[in-house]
Design a binder for this molecule. Structure first.
Ligand code: PLP
Length: 396
């Protein structure tokens, strides 16, 4: 047999990853050896999908939703999504602008494909969801990090963001509530950003609002869809994964400006054809059915949030601000003197607690760890007790 000599595209070497998936594998391997790991790395709600949604999916399969759907999604599902956007995002959305996709990620990737190429710049939050930077690099565009700072509760500064715009900027990405920090951007900053964009008509904005139903302390979500002045260049990314505990269903949607929606549809045709038909029906029922399960999950996260922050602040060398949304705490761990990646590994191996290095979310995440509170209060307390014990002898 002749040894193969494959020539991969250079783009492949630029693709990053989401290291949460690698930690999942490491945790599974340790569990296979019989070790007991407290899992605080997970980016998925620890609840089951509400039963009426599961039942809708079951019924859709029994009713014969087995085939392709239109690429943008079933018309009745897109109508319900448009109505949901009016109710929860305050936006006047036509069903034609909606593209149902397999999860939150495709909208992100499609936006990068639409705007990214060598010579283009795309501004993204850092620390931020790692796929933003990965996908930007893949297209050959230059990622321009916007630092999210602890002293601002990890909300972005509109002035800083606007100051990074150049004639080469094609797209800016915002994410509130944010992964990995739990930061929420106040309305005044969004207002300022949108007003500032008036001067930059060449720049599109993608707003990742996948955690928009997980806000605490009575916070109100501010959606990009509520700003008509930029409606012709604003892309909304949302989905079912976090709100309805449906990460494995792979259900998301994008709301696209009319001038972009046909392009998004064409990319969808090229790579997915459409989203699973029965999952779309289940997703439709989720949006138009009772929302009490969403509220109950939100309340559970809100009370765990207080526990995790309190416990994190007891750990030597840790300091944690109160997150305002999502289900992550992002403590500053620089007081331990241990680099983040090393600390992530140490805690997994020695304390048997999984979490993620801040650097999994960009270089500016050094000095931080991400802990998810998508786990029971009991497990959170136990996990952080182990961390405290593990670091007690190392950090004074
Ligand atoms: N956007 C953010 C900010 C996320 O944290 C995630 C998932 O963790 C996604 C998008 C992707 O969601 P999905 O799993 O539905 O693709």
């Amino acid at each position: 047999m002749t040894a193969s000599r494959l020539q991969l595209s250079s783009a492949v070497s630029r693709l990053g990853t989401e290291s949460a998936f690698e930690v999942v594998n490491r945790v599974l391997a340790l569990e296979k050896q019989g070790q007991n790991i407290v899992k605080l790395h997970i980016g998925a709600p620890d609840f089951r999908t509400p039963e009426f949604i599961v039942e809708a999916g079951r019924k859709a399969l029994a009713d014969g939703f087995h085939g392709y759907t239109p690429a943008k999604g079933l018309p009745q599902v897109r109508e319900v999504v448009a109505d949901y956007c009016k109710r929860f995002h305050g936006g006047d959305v036509h069903p034609d602008q909606v593209v149902i996709v397999p999860g939150g990620k495709p909208t992100m990737f499609y936006a990068m494909l639409l705007f990214g190429e060598p010579g283009a710049e795309i501004i993204h939050p850092n620390p931020g969801f790692p796929i933003y930077e990965s996908a930007i690099r893949w297209t050959g565009a230059t990622p321009v990090p916007l630092e999210l700072k602890e002293e601002r509760g990890f909300a972005f500064s509109a002035d800083e963001l606007l100051s990074k715009i150049t004639p080469k900027t094609r797209l800016i990405i915002v994410n509130s509530p944010a992964n990995p920090t739990g930061g929420v951007t106040p309305k005044v900053e969004m207002d300022k950003l949108v007003a500032g964009l008036e001067k930059h008509p060449h720049v599109a904005i993608m707003s990742d609002e996948i955690y928009s139903r997980l806000l605490y302390d009575g916070g109100q979500h501010v959606s990009i869809l509520s700003y008509p002045s930029i409606a012709d260049r604003a892309i909304l990314l949302d989905g079912w994964s976090k709100t309805y505990a449906m990460t494995g269903w792979r259900m998301g949607f994008g709301v696209w400006p009319r001038q972009l929606v046909d392009h998004a549809e064409r990319i969808q045709i090229n790579c997915n054809s459409c989203t699973t038909a029965a999952a779309q029906i289940a997703g439709m029922e989720a949006l138009r059915g009772p929302q009490d399960a969403v509220d109950a999950m939100r309340r559970a996260f809100e009370s765990r949030r207080k526990v995790i922050v309190e416990e994190l602040n007891k750990i030597p060398g840790f300091r944690c601000v109160m997150p305002k949304g999502a289900f992550y705490a992002f403590p500053n761990t620089s007081g331990t003197g241990i680099p983040s990646r090393e600390l992530e590994r140490k805690l997994l191996v020695e304390a048997k607690v999984s979490c993620l290095s801040g650097t999994s979310f960009g270089a500016l995440g050094e000095g931080y760890l991400r802990f998810s509170y998508a786990n029971s209060e009991e497990q959170i307390r136990e996990g952080l007790r182990r961390v405290r014990e593990c670091l007690a002898t190392v950090v004074r």
